[in-house]
Ligand binder design. Structure first.
Ligand SMILES: Cc1cn([C@H]2C[C@H](O)[C@@H](COP(=O)(O)OP(=O)(O)O[C@H]3O[C@@H](C)C(=O)[C@@H](O)[C@H]3O)O2)c(=O)[nH]c1=O
Length: 177
């Protein structure tokens, strides 16, 4: 795997290292040993699948409070999506900053989303599917969200309005520090 750090501590792009031959290729999608060597999450308890019927479906922003904070390792396996990660760790030098990355079945990239960061994505094709590894179990009582268009973060999305969004995600309150 090929690791590229971003400006947000711990947020990392992971690309496949392909062993190609006439059959196609082989690549590791995730490896606890390689991740540990990079100081990245090496523990997974859940693998989630997110299928999105329509282009411009928006999910998020979501995160879980400590001690249920989740490291997530997200990959798009069908179609494409525009992912946004917000750093919500007050002790981080990039607190309240965000990064955007396009993940697609074509580019096969994985984004590592460290615990304490909120994540959201907008699909940019119909029938987009993502899969992500998670380091902690789902804990609905610890789940929090940030509204996709909260002015505290000034995220520039590729569309003015999502085509599909849950009521939960449409109505998260303004972010309070
Ligand atoms: C996330 C999750 C949801 N659920 C259930 C709760 C609910 O009934 C149904 C749908 O949940 P949601 O609407 O919260 O699903 P969704 O909006 O897809 O939530 C996801 O959004 C992206 C952006 C993330 O970063 C993920 O960590 C996760 O929070 O699935 C689980 O059982 N386990 C889980 O781990």
């Amino acid at each position: 795997m090929l690791f590229t750090k971003t400006d947000i501590p711990g947020a990392t792009l992971v690309e496949l290292q392909k062993f190609e031959d006439e059959r196609g290729f082989f690549a590791r999608g995730w490896c606890s040993r390689e991740f540990a060597e990079q100081g990245l999450p090496d523990h997974v308890v859940q693998v989630n699948i997110s299928y999105n019927r329509h282009k411009h479906t928006l999910r998020g922003f979501h995160y879980q409070l400590a001690p249920h904070g989740e490291d997530k390792m997200l990959r798009c396996i069908r179609g494409s999506l525009y992912d946004v990660l917000i750093d919500l760790r007050p002790e981080s030098p990039t607190y309240k900053q965000h990064l955007t990355v396009e993940l697609s079945a074509a580019n096969q990239r994985m984004l590592v989303i460290p615990k304490g960061c909120a994540n959201a994505f907008l699909t940019i094709e119909d029938h987009t599917e993502a899969t992500y590894l998670v380091s902690e179990f789902y804990a609905p009582a610890a789940e929090r969200g940030v509204r996709w268009n909260d002015s505290a973060f000034a995220v520039k999305w590729p569309v003015d309005e999502p085509a599909v969004i849950s009521d939960k995600d449409r109505t998260w309150p303004d972010y309070a520090e």
